[in-house]
Write a protein that binds this ligand. Structure first.
Ligand code: NCD
Length: 316
């Protein structure tokens, strides 16, 4: 195995930075551990003592609702102390470097950092800098990866479809700017999904995407034909430099998921979206709120999946 900064010499997970490079056994271990936590999240006393006494810092350099909150809930369910830092309003705006901020938080005896940053590689940089007993989780770095989102997506697919071995899955929309798509592609291929498709206009596909083991489609009717799982992405207008699209309306016309387009998929196909959704841009409300949508269950499963990742890291 190449040197993978997230794995120890004996293959134990030290940090969760990317899905790329993680073996299927480890992904499955995370999903199975998450499954064991589902019961906990449904009982009246929702706490386990696994992270008691640990200090977990939620470092969000970019806005977030779902990811930040579900990490916080997950840490609290494991009895950790959670400290939320909204960095855009703190010392980075006074000129402190990222690693100086980390040094100061480590001086406060941080045990784990959960990091979201606009710069690809930010979580890696922190992981290489911290003491060996401190763990780092990437909660989204630039356009690069968002591993816990992909894991909660895999958990959702396994929940509804039982196994990955016979599935046809389509990822639809703004692949180019999406860290979620990159993590999903690595997770789905590692877990053995035999047919993975991406559906997008040429301007929203990264160069060489076919090398990741996906089939490329530019047409929704063809791309969605007989799929079991439809994974929608948000159109990330804030990351676009210059016009890649004629307009949001035009995008919706060709790539927006409507009931009519969804009819090409299998009758029992599920529809996913990582949120936040742009209704009427990438997805129609009738689909987002319809019987095939598992968008809100994804959010709920995110808690158990993040509990699983944190407890595995803390135990290694
Ligand atoms: C995503 C993100 O921030 O990467 N949202 C999320 O974490 N659930 C996707 C997005 O912003 O479109």
């Amino acid at each position: 195995m190449h040197s993978n900064p997230q794995l120890s010499k004996n293959g134990e997970l030290q940090h969760l930075l990317t899905i790329e490079g993680l073996p299927a056994t480890l992904l499955t271990q995370i999903l199975d551990t998450a499954q064991s936590f589902i019961g906990v999240t449904e009982r009246e006393v929702k706490k386990l003592p696994l992270l008691r006494g640990k200090a977990i810092f939620n470092l969000f350099f970019e806005p977030s609702t779902r990811t930040r909150t579900t990490f916080e809930i997950a840490a609290k369910r494991l009895s950790a102390d959670v400290i939320n830092l909204n960095i855009s309003t703190s010392s980075q705006s006074k000129g402190e470097t990222l690693l100086d901020t980390i040094d100061n938080l480590e001086a406060m005896h941080a045990d784990m950092f959960i990091v979201r940053h606009a710069q690809s590689g930010a979580a890696h940089l922190i992981a290489q800098h911290v003491a060996p007993n401190v763990h780092v989780i990437n909660a989204g770095d630039g356009r690069h990866e968002h591993p816990t989102q992909a894991l909660l997506d895999m958990f959702t697919i396994r929940h509804y479809k039982r196994e990955f071995a016979n599935l046809r899955v389509a990822i639809v929309g703004d692949i180019l700017h999406s860290r979620v798509a990159r993590s999903q592609i690595h997770a789905l291929t590692t877990l053995g999904v035999p047919e993975l498709r991406v559906i997008a206009p040429k301007t929203l596909l990264p160069a060489g995407v076919e090398n990741l083991g996906v089939h490329v489609y530019h047409d929704m009717q063809r791309g969605l034909k007989d799929v079991d799982v439809v994974m929608m992405l948000r159109l990330q207008s804030e990351r676009m430099q210059g016009p890649l699209l004629p307009s949001a309306q035009e995008f919706f016309k060709y790539y927006g998921l409507t009931a009519e387009k969804l009819a090409a998929a299998r009758p029992d196909a599920i529809v996913m979206h990582p949120g936040p959704m742009n209704r009427g841009v990438e997805i129609d409300s009738s689909v987002a709120d319809g019987p095939r949508s598992v968008i809100l269950p994804q959010v709920t499963f995110g808690i158990a999946v993040r509990m699983a990742v944190m407890s595995i890291l803390a135990g290694n």
